[in-house]
Design a protein around this ligand. Sequence first.
Ligand code: NDP
Length: 317
Amino acid sequence: MTTHTTRMLIIGSGPAGLSAAIYGARAGLKPIVVQGLQPGGQLTITTDVENYPGFRDVVQGPWLMEEMQAQAEHVGTRMMWDTITSVDLKSWPFRAIGDGGDIYEGETLVIATGAQAKWLGVPGEQELSGKGVSACATCDGFFYRGKKVVVIGGGNTAVEEALYMTNHSDDVTLIHRRDSLRCEKILEDRLMANPKIKVLWNKAVDHFVGGDTGLTGVSLRDTVSGEASVEPTQGAFVAIGHAPSTELFKDQLEADATGYLIVEPGTPKTAIPGVFACGDVMDHVYRQAVTAAGTGCMAALDAERFLAAREHRQARD
Ligand code: NDP
């Protein structure tokens, strides 16, 4: 059991956490990043990234995160292969405990724990998870090569996953509970133009059908007529959005009704001076890698100012 101390403790290693680390390290704060269960965050389970500025050609999500981590380390960040299981924000320096018992103490804390895929919560989903039901086409799509698959949802993620699955299958069905998508127009155009994809509109998933041998279909209900039907499939990808990872901070920081951490508008400042939140854990509106990186940068700049003001006060008193 070791105690690690730093001027800037960062929990989470997606674009928000690593951008905070790059700025914090360059400001001489010797940041520690505790990587968490999914080092690199959500971009590590995606493939093509076409909208992160700076790259003329398509880049791969995992590659982009490796580069970001290498950049953070190059300027002096310490990366810790650990997952935080509890935090104490009541005393200063702030304290966090890793799952192996290591203690992390930070004079400032940057929360960049991101968000995780949501599940439908219908019967059969949990039981058939890993046996045909998945929340990540780019992770598991390969296993469904040549099979009929469905993707559930109507946002960017669902449409991207449906398009991605056409690399593996000629029979992809997008199932959406309404009659219009909420994804970007460019993605909708690609979806509609792809002959391997059909869309089932106004259909909600009632339950997943299958047994020991795996998924055999999804039971649907028409959201307009109420009519029931079954769509046979061996693979179903749930792509209905994300929920912020804020369990660690329950009772210590304020969150909104959907669980996102509340910050002072236009800043990454939480109600506790010295504790900052950036990226998807506090942003339910934009949720992009580039906006996460931007708020990570803001958190580092504010952390630096917090420390400078504190030192100024100490010198004066
Ligand atoms: P969104 O919240 O944008 O979309 C979720 C979709 O799932 C909606 O169509 C919603 O339906 C549907 N849905 C939600 N709950 C249920 C339910 N219980 N049953 C059935 N359907 C449900 O999430 P995304 O993950 O698609 O996107 C999140 C954010 O990340 C967005 O800001 C998006 O732009 C961004 N993103 C950007 C990408 C890119 O730029 N390349 C790639 C992926 C994501 P309804 O429409 O009826 O509400």
